[in-house]
Design a binder for this molecule. Sequence first.
Ligand SMILES: [Zn+2]
Length: 276
Amino acid sequence: MPELPEVEAFARWLLPQVRGARLESVDVPKPRLVRPLRPAAFARALEGCRIVGLRRAGKCLLWDLEHPGGRPELLVSHLGMTGVWHVLSEGQPLPRHAAVVFGLGGRRVVLEDPRQFGHLRLGPDAVPALGPEPLAPGFTAERLATVLARCRRPVKVGLMDPARLAGVGNLYASEALFLAGIDPATPADAVDAEAVVRLHGALREVLAAAVDRNLRALHSDHPMLYQQGGASGSPEQGGLWVYDRAGQPCHRCGTPIVRLVQAGRSTFWCPRCQTR
Ligand SMILES: [Zn+2]
């Protein structure tokens, strides 16, 4: 499932390709993604708009648009579980699960979404309430300590709550907790100060590395991790420490990685390396 690093990579990759372009046509092959609007109303609201900017908020991509008269419009897109953005040049066929297609005069920008859990909505109200952005310059270990101190749930569950911390999902929460040596079941408010500092560093490290890796994938036309259903190989080779590795030996100590269900989601962890 796309998380902060995937959406951030899409934003940085798309922006230089679309900035200044006009939405000449808007087609919605999968109406479910634009609900509650009907496809015709969605298209009518956007056709003619110019793309002024593109930025990420949590796991959402925010499209800053401008109507021909200058009135601003905000398009909020979420990739759901399987969404992918494509930029197609003239003559390139649409991907099989094309959900929404923006015609930019020659080129087309396409949201493909096989499982259709993504969405596109209009207006600032469509932006969810979000906690601090973990890659923002002002996100310090003290800020993370404040976030965790207000949460009595397991630290893994707390990290994944977008209202507490923006953009962190299952994969990067599991990986960061491994790197910080923290047991994912520890109550968030019981993580000690030293472990919070390690977790802060680990979160920023795994997220920043994943943004870079995803950008390289986009520029070389390779799939991102979530598109290929996980990773193989050691972390040095672009693989993962614990996520989706139940039963396989820990890359650090050889202990089999354990899968645990927390708040309905799978957590992966090493019982020997994660003791705090
Ligand atoms: Zn281990």
